[in-house]
Write a protein that binds this ligand. Structure first.
Ligand code: CU
Length: 117
């Protein structure tokens, strides 16, 4: 009974969320247009609201336009996406697509450069 009440309360809160609650990127690692060292890169994307990790997608785009889906790590809070990349020097873009709690999908790009050792 207590958990049912909690679910109802959560639904009520969701419905009263403002219509403009779709996710906007507010911070990232690497930052947009940043230069990072080659090797392992801890990718982090932070949004202004919670996102549905299971219905969100990260795609790595290389300079030759080839692409690769980047697995989203399960850790972190609901407004953050984490992923681990190991990349040789070059120019890359992370294309993100996320589903926010208001049911709206937003997309964007984080371009960055990996420098040589
Ligand atoms: Cu929205």
């Amino acid at each position: 009974m207590r958990s049912l009440l909690a679910v109802c309360l959560a639904l009520a809160l969701l419905r009263s969320a403002p219509a403009q609650a779709h996710a906007v990127l507010v911070d990232s690692t690497p930052e947009i247009s940043a230069r990072v060292a080659s090797g392992q890169i801890a990718l982090m994307l932070r949004y202004n609201s919670r996102v549905d990790r299971k219905r969100s997608r990260l795609t790595l785009i290389r300079a030759d336009h080839s692409t690769e889906i980047v697995p989203i790590a399960p850790d972190g809070t609901d407004d953050v996406l984490h992923a681990n990349l190991t990349l040789p020097p070059g120019s890359y873009t992370i294309r993100w697509q996320v589903l926010a709690v208001d049911g709206h999908i937003t997309r964007g790009d984080v371009p960055f450069t990996v420098d040589g050792p």
